[in-house]
Unconditional design. Structure first.
Length: 129
């Protein structure tokens, strides 16, 4: 099911990562597979390795972004998927990343985001009264 007009923002805590020290390039490869499953267009990527270990990987999409940050010393990773298009649910789409890390999703949250076509009523931050 394609959701072309919805803004989808999903965040995941992944714990008990058996492979949390996976090389960042392998994580990025799994992220590219996730983007493909979502039906998104990849624009560029950034890998920021940390010393002595861990990394933050960012995949910039035409439709927004996917990020993965790892903490091998805690066997922990955080995944953030934000897109205005998804061919499948992000929970299904991140399976390649979960497999590469060897962890399990212990917390998932979908964040409500306004899209350019969202009808808003009333006043609030950034809204004129």
């Amino acid at each position: 099911m394609r959701r072309d007009t919805a803004m989808i923002h999903a965040v995941f805590d992944v714990t008990e990562c058996k492979h949390s020290d996976t090389p960042a390039e392998q994580i990025m490869s799994a992220m590219r597979a996730t983007a493909e499953l979502l039906g998104c267009t990849i624009r560029t990527q950034v890998i920021e390795p940390f010393q002595p270990h861990g990394a933050t990987c960012v995949l910039i999409l035409a439709e927004s972004h996917i990020t993965v940050s790892t903490w091998p010393e805690h066997r922990l990773a955080h995944i953030d998927v934000f897109t205005c298009r998804a061919a499948i649910d992000p929970t299904q789409a991140i399976k390649p990343v979960i497999e590469v890390l060897g962890g399990q999703i212990t917390h998932a949250q979908k964040v409500t985001r306004f899209s350019p076509t969202t009808k808003r009523s009333g006043t609030g931050p950034g809204r004129a009264s």
